[in-house]
Ligand binder design. Sequence first.
Ligand code: FMN
Length: 164
Amino acid sequence: QTNSREKILVVYFTRTGNTRYVAEHIQSLLGGDMAEITAVTAYPEIYSAALDRARQERDGNVRPAIRVLVPDINDYEYILLGYPIWLGGIPMPVAAFLETFDFSGKTIMPFCSSGSTGIGQSIEEIKKLVPGAQVTGGFRVSTSGARNSRNDAAAWLRSIGILK
Ligand SMILES: Cc1cc2nc3c(=O)[nH]c(=O)nc-3n(C[C@H](O)[C@H](O)[C@H](O)COP(=O)(O)O)c2cc1C
């Protein structure tokens, strides 16, 4: 049972699918709409090549071209935003997403999957990019735990007050 089902957007970026599991768990708990952020030029499947590109983009503060199908961002009050941790923080497609829309007055609820890095630095990066939004505490799952993260996701959603 949620407070305002119709106002929720679960939006995520993923390269290898782990973050998608978490997004699906969250959507199954909250309802709301789902959208995927994709890079127009997909990241390489080979890890070292993906890392090279991600490092270049982070070092250059690049905004890669993205696609995301959100009919009208104004319809949503709560944005559940998911991503893998890349190089300690948000992937640059997520930075591009945050600069594509006006999030003023909205609440962003960040979640991530990562090998070992915590979510803290990525949240600071989000706050810098969207100073007009409220950003709640985040939720991180390990790469291997993403598939089975539904209960932990529910506990997080309760802790931030969006799930009863
Ligand atoms: C370019 C790149 C950079 C990464 N940097 C980190 C990192 O700094 N810390 C970490 O714990 N994991 C890092 N990872 C691992 C991913 O966060 C982890 O595999 C995650 O579960 C992938 O999620 P996805 O399947 O949704 O893409 C990195 C992965 C890639 C591809």
